[in-house]
Write a protein that binds this ligand. Structure first.
Ligand SMILES: [Zn+2]
Length: 101
């Protein structure tokens, strides 16, 4: 039960991380996975990739394929709508942190 609630909460945080980074530069799955692991999130590719796909399907990210060392790698970047969502979510997150402190 506790795990279920935490997973839901962390899913929101993870989506914010993704939007934040995709706003700065194009990101790809493995890089994002390592970034999240550095923040203490234990996330597998099997969990992370569907999150990327959902954000893309929702119109918040778009993907481009680049060939790196002969291999195709999918990079995600933020859309205008994604930037809007990021801005709103960030405001709420800041406000919340302020209150939690
Ligand atoms: Zn991050």
């Amino acid at each position: 039960m506790k795990d279920k609630v935490l997973r839901k909460l962390f899913l929101g945080f993870i989506q914010l991380h993704i939007l934040h980074h995709a706003c700065k530069e194009p990101v790809f799955g493995l890089w994002m996975m390592e970034e999240l692991q550095e923040h203490g999130y234990e996330i597998s590719a099997g969990t992370l990739y569907p999150i990327f796909h959902n954000l893309e399907k929702s119109g918040l990210l778009y993907s481009i394929e680049k060939v790196i060392d002969g291999k195709v790698r999918k990079y995600y970047q933020i859309t205008a709508e994604g930037e809007e969502v990021l801005k709103l979510a960030k405001e709420k997150a800041m406000e919340l942190i302020d209150e939690l402190e």
